[in-house]
Design a protein around this ligand. Structure first.
Ligand code: HEM
Length: 336
């Protein structure tokens, strides 16, 4: 959730949680001042009891976000409102539960509960910070962004597109004799590509365009490339280096992973080819650039979501331990 853009909608929440926090701290201060020096504020004192009930209820509410996300069809109110409540009530629970502890940290299970709670809060804050940064970076650094789950499929399409370019430039007859692109494409697929390259009158390249403040990828359709004599270096480069990179990206450990090295390799390739083949080199370079962006997208996606692997299981552990804490407290208050 982006807070900066809708900060006005968050403002009432901030004011209310600040007010409740100040009142709670004041109430704790009054209790501490009234408590005789030889005892400490306890969970059975009204103020600490209220802080515990309020903080615990907030934790339960916070956890409801999980079933809410899983069963969206239930339409339990707008997501934005849930998220705002999740963030600000979660933060309100921090002063409430710290005060509820009465700053007494000698009970192992209660202290563990507080530590768990603070880790859940910190992971939530960390996730929220990432949500403020990463989507912006995604827009700026990954104009070729695709649906995350489709990266593998789209990468295969890039290999096919590259193969078509090479076949069109190096000539259909010669390509038939050549090895299929590093066994990444089967012989049958290669035949289909050959037919497509021979028949196609156009090829597509992706280009980054900016309209006003919005930057994005557009696909340009260009007239089909004509065969260029002596363009074998292009085929070799594609078969030995580019095809693997287009398919596997950074995992291929290809020199094309590094944009500077890629630029050098493509300049060398241009030098080895007739200028008439340079358009094909530029198109192939463009495909590699798209692949690099998919790797970047996968990395940013990882950072945008990996913190939930801490936040979600620990919040479940927190809820379970909270019930143990409540049960033990009730047993202590009303033994037998
Ligand atoms: C007791 C405290 C908290 C508990 C028990 C809790 C629990 C949860 C749960 C169960 C989810 C859903 C995970 C999923 O399935 O995706 C979630 C998501 C999230 N929480 Fe918390 N949370 C707490 C506090 C916080 C706080 C204080 C913040 C931020 C300041 C926060 C930020 C987030 C964010 C950003 C998400 C991801 C929502 C999304 O974009 O889908 N959480 N939390």
């Amino acid at each position: 959730m982006l807070i900066r853009r809708n900060w006005r909608e968050h403002l009432p929440w901030i004011i209310v949680i600040l007010a409740i926090s100040v009142v709670s701290i004041y109430w704790y201060g009054v209790l501490a001042a009234e408590t005789p020096w030889d005892r400490r504020p306890k969970g059975s004192d009204l103020a600490l009891f209220v802080f515990g009930i309020a903080g615990g209820s907030i934790c339960l509410f916070e956890f409801l976000l999980w079933p809410r996300k899983r069963w969206r069809v239930l339409r339990l109110g707008p997501t934005k409102v849930w998220m705002r409540a999740h963030i600000w009530l979660g933060l309100l629970a921090v002063p409430l539960l710290i005060l509820h502890s009465g700053f007494y940290f000698r009970n192992f299970e209660a202290t563990l509960l507080l530590v768990l709670f603070l880790i859940v809060i910190l992971s939530g804050v960390w996730g929220l910070i990432l949500q403020q940064i990463i989507p912006q970076r995604m827009l700026a650094e990954v104009p070729a962004e695709t649906i995350y789950s489709q990266i593998e499929h789209v990468s295969n399409l890039l290999v096919e597109e590259g193969d078509r370019l090479v076949i069109a430039t190096c000539g259909v007859t010669k390509a038939t004799e050549a090895e299929p692109a590093t066994a990444l494409i089967t012989a049958r697929e290669e035949e289909a590509l050959l037919a497509a390259a021979a028949a196609s009158t156009h090829y597509t390249v992706g280009a980054v365009r900016q309209v006003g403040g919005v930057q994005g990828m557009v696909l340009e359709s260009k007239p089909a490339l004509q065969p260029v004599p002596n363009s074998e270096p292009l085929r070799d480069f594609f078969n030995q280096t580019a095809a693997r990179y287009l398919k596997r990206g950074a995992e291929s450990r290809s020199p094309l992973v590094d944009p500077t090295q890629a630029r050098i390799l493509f300049s060398d390739l241009r030098l080895a080819l007739d200028p008439a083949a340079h358009e094909a080199v530029a198109a192939l370079e463009n495909l590699c650039d798209q692949r690099r962006q998919f790797d970047r997208q996968a990395k940013l996606h990882y950072w945008l979501h990996n913190w939930l692997w801490v936040h979600l299981p620990l919040s479940l552990a927190l809820i379970l331990l909270m019930f143990v804490h409540i049960y033990k407290t009730l047993q202590y208050w009303w033994p037998g």
